[in-house]
Design a protein around this ligand. Structure first.
Ligand SMILES: *[C@@H]1O[C@H](CO)[C@@H](O)[C@H](O)[C@H]1NC(C)=O
Ligand SMILES: *[C@@H]1O[C@H](CO)[C@@H](O)[C@H](O)[C@H]1NC(C)=O
Ligand SMILES: *[C@@H]1O[C@H](CO)[C@@H](O)[C@H](O)[C@H]1NC(C)=O
Ligand SMILES: *[C@@H]1O[C@H](CO)[C@@H](O)[C@H](O)[C@H]1NC(C)=O
Ligand SMILES: *[C@@H]1O[C@H](CO)[C@@H](O)[C@H](O)[C@H]1NC(C)=O
Length: 537
């Protein structure tokens, strides 16, 4: 006898089957574009197809799809077929042989374990093949020979350990090849005359030499991130003279050799624009290590172990726009290390161990493009009054979470374009009137968690552009805080941050003092021990 539960399941099953049959249909979604539902095999698809249908997407919720062994000539008119939501594909002997005009085929998420050459007889029109998210184990030359006009091939997210040597060699038009997230240990794909984009990221590649990529003379973009690379050998541009983007992020590379950037000949400048070396184990940046990369615009070096930087490490990077060094172990920045980086727009030095910033770190030439400087999460106690004198075009200066006791007016005064200034989580006791006068373009100011007990009386035109400020976590004298918040309300400056405990009443926003007015005198504040009394709460 059937148990009650089995009976319900059986009924449910029958219901679903009927339901599935009920909704089988094709609907027109755009010009020559159709979505067909609950299609079990290519013969059913054939039954719907009209002569002018070009693109079909199959969406199955209750069934998978399989092909038949009978010829289905009506399929020969289709240009695009998307089976990525077909619920799984079982390919018989004929495979896609009847789709003789097919240009784009999406087999993503089809639970395929293999593709055979004979299943792609007659698919010479194919220009895009997406077989991502399947269980393929290998890529063979015979298969790809059936698709001589392929431009775009996506094999990502499979279990591919073996790519047959020269598998892609005969594909004269291939530009994009994605082998991300597979199981390759060695790069064996051999040559291809036209390939522009190659990703072998997130595989198991360990032993690697550039010569493995010899035979890809047009390669412009190479992604090798998230492998097990430890060393990159010399002269990359001898092998890949057209390379513009190189991503080797998230490997175990422990050095950047100066001769890495050799080639493609002594008088030809490498074309590299983007170099992503983030999340590796690089410890040292040597003399002039990047000096040949005159076209480089983006250099990502975050989350390495960099503690030593040569004063000439960035020499020659005349087109560099973005330099990201956050999350390293930098203690000292040598004089002139960023000098003459005249194209630089963004510099991130946060999350290091920097203790001080000297007068000459940015050199004496004005860096007119530099608008964003992040020095937060360091141990900076002292900024030389002239440290930022080459950066009058800064718009954002981030100094959050350091050990600053005071800010020198000589440092701030030249920064007339500053819009965002973060000073929170420092030890600042005072921001004086002259300093605030210089910040007349400021729209955002963070000063929470310092040792401020008062601000100067905020009269016009002080901070006239301010839109947002964070103030909590300071030992404000209550009368001073009242004045401040009144001013903030009047000027419609946002200051309450709901996520912070201070505004929900869990932590005090100010201290009650014996005085009824706001004491704006640091000596008196010290004498009364306001800061200390707040810190004991
Ligand atoms: C294939 O289908 C998947 C899922 O629907 C989609 O994300 C992907 O972009 C498609 N591939 C191409 C090349 O259009
Ligand atoms: C390949 O497919 C994956 C997964 O659908 C997608 O994220 C990736 O962008 C595709 N690659 C290319 C080069 O289009
Ligand atoms: C990868 O190459 C190395 C060195 O050439 C070799 O020892 C290793 O067996 C190769 N691995 C595979 C899976 O072919
Ligand atoms: C490089 O790869 C990392 C993954 O490790 C990725 O997060 C990053 O966006 C990639 N960079 C570029 C420029 O594509
Ligand atoms: C910066 O450029 C100027 C002018 O070309 C030159 O005199 C100076 O030596 C350079 N400084 C550095 C550190 O490269």
């Amino acid at each position: 006898m059937l148990s009650r539960r089995a009976l319900i399941l059986a009924l449910l099953f029958v219901f679903c089957e009927i339901h599935a049959k009920d909704v089988q249909e094709c609907e027109h979604v755009a010009h020559q574009n159709y979505v067909c539902r609950e299609i079990e095999n290519f013969e059913q698809l054939c039954h719907y197809i009209q002569a002018d249908w070009q693109n079909i997407k199959v969406i199955n919720e209750h069934t998978a799809i399989e092909n038949d062994d009978e010829p289905l000539p009506k399929l020969s008119t289709l240009r695009q077929l998307d089976l990525s939501q077909s619920g799984g594909l079982t390919l018989g002997r004929r495979g896609f042989s009847d789709f003789t005009s097919l240009q784009r085929l999406n087999l993503s998420h089809c639970q395929l374990e293999e593709l055979q050459a004979k299943q792609f007889d007659n698919n010479a029109a194919l220009i895009s093949l997406d077989v991502s998210h399947n269980d393929l184990l290998r890529v063979e030359r015979d298969l790809l020979r059936q698709m001589p006009n392929l431009v775009h091939a996506n094999f990502s997210n499979n279990l591919i350990a073996n790519v047959e040597m020269d598998a892609f060699k005969d594909l004269k038009y291939l530009e994009f090849l994605d082998l991300t997230t597979n199981e390759q240990e060695n790069i064996t794909l051999g040559s291809n005359a036209n390939l522009r984009y190659l990703s072998i990221s997130n595989n198991n590649i360990k032993n690697f030499k550039w010569c493995r990529l010899r035979g890809l003379p047009q390669l412009q973009e190479l992604h090798l991130h998230s492998n097990w690379l430890e060393v990159l050998d010399a002269s990359i541009f001898n092998v890949l003279p057209q390379l513009r983007v190189l991503n080797v992020s998230n490997n175990n590379i422990y050095e950047i050799q100066r001769n890495l950037f050799g080639g493609p000949g002594p008088d030809r400048t490498p074309l590299l624009r983007l170099l992503d070396y983030s999340s590796n184990n690089v410890k040292v940046l040597d003399n002039q290590v990047f000096s040949r990369l005159q076209q480089l615009e983006t250099l990502n070096l975050w989350f390495n172990q960099i503690s030593m930087i040569s004063p000439t490490a960035f020499r020659g990077l005349v087109n560099l726009q973005s330099l990201q060094l956050q999350g390293n172990k930098i203690c000292v920045l040598p004089d002139e290390v960023f000098a003459n980086l005249t194209a630089l727009q963004l510099l991130d030095l946060s999350k290091n161990n920097i203790r001080q910033l000297g007068a000459n770190v940015f050199g004496s030439w004005v860096l007119r493009k530099l608008s964003y400087l992040d020095l937060s999460n360091n141990h900076i106690e002292e900024l030389h009054p002239l440290a930022l004198s080459s950066l009058p075009f800064l718009q954002q200066l981030r100094l959050r979470r350091n050990k600053l006791i005071s800010l020198d007016i000589r440092m701030i005064a030249p920064l007339r374009r500053l819009r965002v200034l973060t000073l929170s989580e420092n030890h600042l006791m005072e921001l004086d009137q002259d300093l605030l006068t210089c910040l007349d373009k400021l729209t955002e100011l963070e000063i929470h968690n310092n040792r401020l007990t008062f601000l100067p009386a905020l009269e016009e035109p002080l901070l006239s552009q301010l839109r947002r400020i964070s103030i909590e976590g300071n030992p404000w004298q209550c009368p001073c805080l009242d004045e401040l918040t009144n001013w903030l309300h009047t000027n419609q400056v946002n200051y309450a941050r709901a996520a912070s405990g201070y505004f929900s009443g869990r932590k005090p926003l100010c201290i009650v003092t014996p005085m009824e007015h706001c004491v704006r005198d640091l000596q008196l504040v010290r004498a009364h021990g306001f800061v200390e009394s707040y810190e004991q709460i």
